[in-house]
Design a protein around this ligand. Structure first.
Ligand SMILES: Nc1ncnc2c1ncn2[C@@H]1O[C@H](COP(=O)(O)OP(=O)(O)OP(=O)(O)O)[C@@H](O)[C@H]1O
Ligand SMILES: [Mg+2]
Length: 1017
C-alpha cells in the first residue's frame, strides 16, 4: 500500500519531559490498568490439543493430557478456558489442585476438592446416589459431608477400597455426559495423590468419555523430584499425551499487553515488557500492575516469586549467582571465573546446584539465567556498594581482556559496566566509543541509547568535550540522526530542538541548517507538525554558494515535503538539489533528489520517465552504498509500480528492499513497511497465503504503529474475502486501535480510506447495511483528492455496493428515511467520482467498476457491456478476485436480458476463480445466483444445493443457522433438531462467533445477504 515520502512510523512516545527522555523507561500513562486480560491470548495450538483429546475420549477411548510449563506461563488459564468450553459443549468438568505444603500435610487434596465440587453441583445425597450402597462413606475420609468414615483396621485395605470407589465414581459420572477431571499443580502432589492419580490414569482403558488433565510446573522438577519417575511412567502409556506450554512469542506478548492496558501499548513499553518478561504472562501482568514506571524495579510479589528457588541454594552458590547477575542474562564461564577469582573447578562446583535446580542453564561455554527476571531480582538484591564494586570489576577485567566476550561486544559491555559502576568519566568515554561501534555495526537503537547516555552524563563530567573530542552540539546532531535511523522520531525532534537552542545561527549557519533539516525530516513521520517553516529558514541560512552539500539536502527535503499541487516548486527544488549534490560529491542526497523527481513525474502520470529516474537514482545510491536513499527508492518504486497495476514488479522491488533493510539493520522499521508493499500486490494477485505469510512475519517483528496499521488492513481484507469474518473484525479493530487519532496531512488517506472501505464491507457482510452507509458517508468530506485517488476508487466501489444493498434493505423494511440516506450516499459518490482522476490501468479498472456498480436503470445489454469491460480490465491486471466479482455481476446482467448462455459461461469462470482463491462468500453468492436461475456450474453437472461451505460452518451449524434465519428460538431449534437446548445454544454462539456478529438478528441478516437459504425455484 504505502507510499511516497517515507516508510514507517509514528513513534508515539510521551511528550518529552524536561531533560533527556531516557529510552526504555517504560511509560504507563493511565493508572487504571486492568489486572488481567479478558481474553486468552495466543493459545490456539494447545487448546486444539486439549479439544482433540476430549473429542477422542468421546469417540474411541478415554485420554490423558499432562500439561507442563514454568510457573506463570498460563497452565491454569489454558485449562480453565478449555474447561469452560468443554462445559458449554455439555461435559462435566471437575477441578482439584494440589497444595504447596509438606509432603504429609493433606493427602488426596485435589480429590477432596473434586468431591467438594461434585457435592456443590449435586448435593451430598445426589453425589452419594451415584455410588453403590454404602460406598459413599469411603469418601468420608476425604470429605465430612459424606458422614462418619467406615472404621477399618487395615489401612492398606482402606486405601484400595478408596481407590476403587473413586474409579467407580468416575465411571458413573461419565455415563451420562463426558467427564473432564483436572488435577492442577501435580508438582506439589503428596504421595497418596500421586498413587491415586497413577491408578486412575492406568485404568483409563476401561473408561469411556473421560479426559484427565494434569498440570505441573516443569521448572520445579529438579533431578530427584518424585513426580519425575511418575511422569516418565505415565508417558509410556498409549493414551497419555504430554503438552509443554511455552512462553508467549513477541506478537502474543504485545497483544497481551494491549489487552491488559485496554489500548495499543507504546512501542517502547511493549519492547521493555517483552525484554524483561520474555513472554511469561504472569510476569507481564505483574510488571504492568506495578504502576507508572517500569523503571522502579520489580514489585515485591514478583521478586518473591522469581527468587524463591535461588534463595534455597547454598550460600556460596548464591554468592557466585550474584556475581553472575552483574554480567547480564548470559555470562561466559571464563569471564565469570576471572571476575570471581575462582578456578574453573571451584566455579563449576559452586554453580552446579544452581543448574540442578533450574535457576541457571549451562551450555558448555557459559551460563544463562533461566529467566531474565531471576537475574534482575538477584541483581536487585545486591547492596549498592557491592553493585558498584562488581561492575567496576567486570569493566576492568574486560578492559584487560576484551576477548572474554564475543567479538564486537566488548565496547558496549564495558560502557554498561562503567555506567552501573557510577564512574561517570569512564562511563561517558566508553559510551561514546561504543556508540561509534554500534553505528558501524548498524545497530541504531543501541547507538541511540548509548548517545542518550553520553548526553545524560555530560553535566556530571567537567571536561566532557575534551575527553571524547567532540562538542555537545556534535553529540546532539549525532543523536538526532541516530534517533531517525532507529525510528524514534519524537525523541529525534526533541534532540534537534535542543540543538537549535544551543546553536548560534549567525556564527554557525550550516550547523543550524543541518539541525533544521533534520527536524523537518523527522516531522514527516509525526502528526501534523509543519516542516515548511524549518525548511524555509534553513534555505535562508545556506543561500547558493555557501555550502552546496547543505543546501542540496535542504532542497531535497523540501521537494519531498511540498504538497502535490505545488509540484512545479517541488520539481525545481529537486532539480537544483540533484545538481548541487552531484557538484558537492554527495551521491546519497543526489539519489534522494532524483527519487523525488521520479515521484513527481509518476504523480503526473509520466510512468516510463518515472521508472527510468528510479533506476538512475538506484544506480547512483548503489554505487555510493547510500542505504537511506536505496530504501527510499525501494519504498517509492514499489508503491508506484503497485499503483500502476504492475503487481509482480511491485512485489519484487519491495522484496529486494526488505533484503536491503535487513542488511542495514532496519528489518523492524523500514523492513516491515516494505512488507506492506510486498503483501499488497500479492493480495491483489490472489496469492493470499503468501501475502499472509509476509504479514505474519512482519507483525512478529513488532513493527511501529503505522506499519502495523497497513499490515492489519491487508490481513483484514484477505480474511473478509475468505469469509473469515471474525478474523477480519479482529484485524480491523487492531488497525483502528493502532491508527488512533492519526491524521497526517499527507499520508492519512492511505490508512483511513481502506479502513473505512473494509469496515463498510464487513458490516455489509454482517447484515448491517445502514451502519455501512453511515461509515462511508462520514468520511467523504475529508477525502483529499489530490493524493489519494488510488485509495478512493475502492472506497467508491464499496460505497456503491453498500448503498444499493442498504436501499433494498430499507425498502423491504418500509424504512423511508433509511432508503433516502442510502440514495443520498450514492448521489454523493457519483458526484465525487466525476471529480476524480483515473491515472493508470488500476484506477481505470476501478472507475469502470464503479460506473458499472451504479444502477442506471439500464438493465440488459448496457449493464452487461459495462461489467464485461470492468472484468476485462481486472483480467488484464491479473486480479482474480475483482475479476470474479465483475463476472458475477456481468452474469446477473446477462440473466436480466434472458441471456442464459452468457450468464452460465460467466458464472462458471467466476466460480472457478473463486474456488481457486478460497473466496468463500463470493463463491456462495455465485452458487446462489446459479441455483436461482437453475444453471449448473459444472458443464453438464447438476444444480448445486445450498451448502455450509461459505463461512466455515459445520453441516449442523448450517442447519441451526437456517432455523435462526427463520426466526426460531433455541427451544424451537432444539425440538426441531432433536438436540438439547444447551447444545442448540452452543451451536448458536459458535455461529455468531464465526460470522463475527453479536446477535441472532445480525446472523439472520448475514445469512440473507449471502443468499444462503434462497429457495431453489
Ligand atoms: N494466554 C494467556 N492470555 C492471557 N492471560 C494469560 C494467558 N496465560 C496466562 N495468563 C494470565 O497470567 C497469569 C498466570 O497464568 P496461570 O495462573 O494460568 O499460570 P500457571 O502456569 O498456572 O502458573 P502456576 O505454575 O503458578 O500455577 C494469570 O493471571 C493468567 O490469567
Ligand atoms: Mg496454575
Amino acid at each position: 500500500m504505502l507510499s511516497v515520502g517515507q516508510p514507517e512510523t509514528v513513534a508515539d512516545q510521551e511528550a518529552a519531559e524536561p531533560g533527556w527522555p531516557v529510552r526504555g523507561d517504560g511509560m504507563l500513562d493511565d493508572v487504571n490498568v486492568r489486572v488481567s486480560s479478558p481474553v486468552m491470548v495466543g493459545r490456539a495450538g494447545p487448546l486444539a490439543v486439549l479439544e482433540a483429546a476430549l473429542a477422542r475420549s468421546r469417540s474411541d477411548s478415554s485420554s490423558v493430557v499432562l500439561v507442563g510449563g514454568e510457573a506463570g506461563v498460563g497452565k491454569s488459564r489454558l485449562v480453565s478456558d478449555f474447561g469452560r468450553r468443554a462445559q458449554a459443549a455439555g461435559a462435566r468438568v471437575l477441578v482439584g489442585g494440589c497444595l504447596e505444603i509438606g509432603t504429609d500435610g493433606l493427602p488426596f487434596a485435589p480429590f477432596t476438592a473434586i468431591l467438594r465440587g461434585l457435592v456443590r453441583d449435586l448435593g451430598p445425597d445426589g453425589a452419594a446416589d451415584l455410588l453403590p450402597g454404602g460406598a459413599a462413606r469411603e469418601f468420608a475420609r476425604l470429605l465430612p459431608e459424606f458422614g462418619e468414615p467406615v472404621p477399618e483396621a487395615d489401612a492398606g485395605v482402606a486405601r484400595v477400597r478408596l481407590f476403587e470407589q473413586m474409579l467407580a465414581l468416575v465411571e458413573r459420572l461419565s455415563e451420562s455426559e463426558p467427564l473432564v477431571l483436572v488435577v492442577e499443580d501435580a508438582h506439589w502432589a503428596d504421595r497418596s495423590t500421586r498413587d491415586l492419580l497413577a491408578f486412575l490414569i492406568g485404568s483409563q482403558p476401561i473408561l469411556d468419555c473421560v479426559l484427565i488433565v494434569v498440570t505441573y510446573r516443569s521448572d520445579e522438577l529438579h533431578r530427584t523430584h518424585p513426580l519425575r519417575p511418575l511422569l516418565a511412567e505415565l508417558s509410556r502409556m498409549r493414551w497419555v499425551e504430554r503438552l509443554e506450554l511455552a512462553r508467549l512469542g513477541r506478537l502474543d506478548s504485545d497483544e497481551l499487553v494491549a489487552r491488559i492496558l485496554g489500548r495499543e501499548p507504546d512501542p517502547a513499553l511493549a519492547d521493555e515488557v517483552y525484554r524483561r518478561t520474555e513472554g511469561n504472562p504472569l510476569f507481564i501482568e505483574e510488571l504492568l500492575r506495578c504502576g507508572r514506571s517500569l523503571a522502579d524495579g520489580l514489585p515485591e510479589s514478583l521478586r518473591d516469586l522469581v527468587l524463591d528457588a535461588a534463595q534455597r541454594l547454598p550460600e556460596e552458590t548464591q554468592d557466585v549467582l550474584r556475581a553472575a547477575s552483574g554480567g547480564g542474562q548470559y555470562v561466559g564461564h571464563e569471564l565469570l571465573a576471572a571476575v570471581t577469582d575462582l578456578t574453573d573447578d571451584a566455579l563449576a562446583r559452586r554453580l552446579r546446584p544452581a543448574v540442578a535446580s533450574n535457576v541457571l542453564t549451562a551450555d558448555g561455554e557459559g551460563y544463562a539465567f533461566r529467566h531474565a527476571l531471576i537475574r534482575e531480582a538477584v541483581h536487585d538484591d545486591l547492596l549498592p556498594g557491592e553493585r558498584t564494586r562488581l561492575h567496576t570489576r567486570f569493566a576492568e577485567v574486560l578492559g584487560a581482556n576484551p576477548g572474554l566476550v564475543p567479538p564486537g561486544r566488548s565496547a558496549i559491555e564495558q560502557a554498561n559496566h562503567w555506567y552501573y559502576a557510577h564512574d561517570n568519566a569512564c562511563a561517558l568515554k566508553s559510551a561514546w566509543q561504543a556508540a561509534g561501534a554500534a553505528e558501524a555495526a548498524l545497530a541504531y537503537a543501541e547507538q541511540l541509547s548509548l548517545l542518550s547516555r553520553v548526553l545524560e552524563l555530560w553535566d556530571k563530567v567537567p571536561d566532557a568535550a575534551e575527553r571524547i573530542g567532540a562538542s555537545h552540539l556534535t553529540v546532539l546532531q549525532r543523536t538526532a540522526a541516530a534517533a531517525q535511523a532507529a525510528g524514534d522520531y519524537q525523541l529525534g525532534i526533541a534532540i534537534a530542538s535542543a540543538g537549535l537552542k544551543e546553536v548560534d545561527q549567525l556564527a554557525e549557519p550550516v550547523q543550524a541548517a543541518h539541525l533544521l533539516e533534520r527536524r523537518a525530516a523527522l516531522y514527516l513521520y509525526t502528526d501534523g507538525d509543519d516542516a515548511s517553516a524549518d525548511l524555509q529558514l534553513a534555505l535562508k541560512l545556506v543561500p547558493p554558494g555557501v555550502d552546496d552539500a547543505a543546501r542540496a539536502r535542504v532542497l531535497a527535503n523540501q521537494a519531498r515535503q511540498l504538497p502535490a499541487p505545488r509540484w512545479v516548486e517541488a520539481q525545481a527544488a529537486a532539480e537544483e538539489a540533484a545538481v548541487l549534490a552531484s557538484k558537492a560529491g554527495d551521491p546519497g542526497t543526489q539519489a534522494t533528489a532524483m527519487c523525488e523527481l521520479a515521484i513527481i513525474k509518476a504523480r503526473s502520470g509520466a510512468n516510463p520517465a518515472a521508472l527510468e529516474l528510479f533506476a538512475e537514482a538506484r544506480t547512483v545510491a548503489g554505487q555510493a552504498n547510500a542505504w537511506a536513499s536505496m530504501l527510499q527508492i525501494a519504498v517509492n518504486e514499489s508503491h508506484f509500480l503497485e499503483g500502476m497495476g504492475e503487481h509482480d514488479r511491485a512485489a519484487q522491488a519491495a522484496r529486494a528492499g526488505i533484503a536491503q533493510a535487513q542488511a542495514y539493520g532496519l528489518a523492524r522499521s523500514t523492513g516491515t513497511f516494505l512488507a506492506i508493499n510486498v503483501a499488497e500486490p500479492l493480495a491483489a494477485l490472489g496469492r493470499w497465503d503468501e501475502a499472509i505469510e509476509v504479514i505474519d512475519h512482519a507483525l512478529a517483528l513488532s513493527p511501529p504503529h503505522l506499519n502495523r496499521v497497513g499490515l492489519r488492513l491487508l490481513a483484514a481484507e484477505i480474511a473478509l474475502r475468505r469469509g473469515e469474518l471474525a478474523a477480519a473484525q479482529d484485524n480491523l479493530a487492531a488497525a483502528q486501535a493502532a491508527l488512533g487519532g492519526y491524521r497526517h496531512p499527507r499520508y492519512g488517506d492511505q490508512y483511513l480510506l481502506p479502513l473505512v472501505q473494509l469496515r463498510a464491507e464487513l458490516w455489509l457482510a454482517q447484515g448491517r447495511s445502514a451502519d455501512a452507509v453511515e461509515v462511508v458517508a462520514s468520511v467523504l468530506d475529508r477525502i483529499d483528492l489530490s493524493d489519494g485517488a488510488r485509495y478512493v476508487w475502492p472506497l467508491l466501489i464499496a460505497g456503491a455496493t453498500v448503498s444499493v444493498a442498504a436501499a433494498q434493505d430499507a425498502t423491504a423494511r418500509r424504512d423511508r428515511a433509511g432508503a433516502e440516506q442510502a440514495s443520498d450516499l450514492l448521489a454523493r459518490l457519483i458526484e465525487l467520482s466525476g471529480r476524480m482522476d483515473a491515472a493508470g490501468p488500476a484506477q481505470q479498472a476501478g472507475k469502470l467498476t464503479f460506473a458499472a456498480s451504479v444502477p442506471t436503470g439500464a438493465a440488459g445489454p448496457d449493464a452487461l457491456a459495462a461489467w464485461d469491460e470492468a472484468a476485462a480490465a481486472w483480467g488484464k491486471l491479473k486480479q482474480p478476485y475483482q475479476l470474479a466479482a465483475a463476472l458475477l455481476r456481468a452474469a446477473e446482467a446477462a440473466l436480466a436480458s434472458a441471456n442464459r448462455d452468457g450468464a452460465a459461461e460467466r458464472l462458471r469462470r467466476a466460480a472457478e476463480l473463486a474456488n481457486e482463491l478460497g473466496a468463500r462468500p463470493l463463491r456462495e453468492e455465485i452458487g446462489a445466483v446459479a441455483r436461482n436461475s437453475r444453471i449448473a456450474l459444472e458443464p453438464n453437472g447438476a444444480i448445486e444445493p445450498s451448502g455450509p461451505t461459505g463461512l466455515g460452518l459445520t453441516a449442523r451449524e448450517f442447519e441451526v443457522l437456517r432455523l435462526v434465519a427463520e426466526g426460531r428460538s433455541n427451544p424451537e431449534i432444539a425440538a426441531e433438531l432433536f438436540i438439547s437446548r444447551k447444545t442448540a445454544s452452543v451451536h448458536v454462539s459458535n455461529i455468531l462467533a464465526k460470522l463475527g456478529v453479536t446477535s441472532r438478528g445480525e446472523a439472520a441478516a448475514a445469512a440473507h445477504k449471502l443468499h444462503l437459504f434462497d429457495p431453489v425455484p
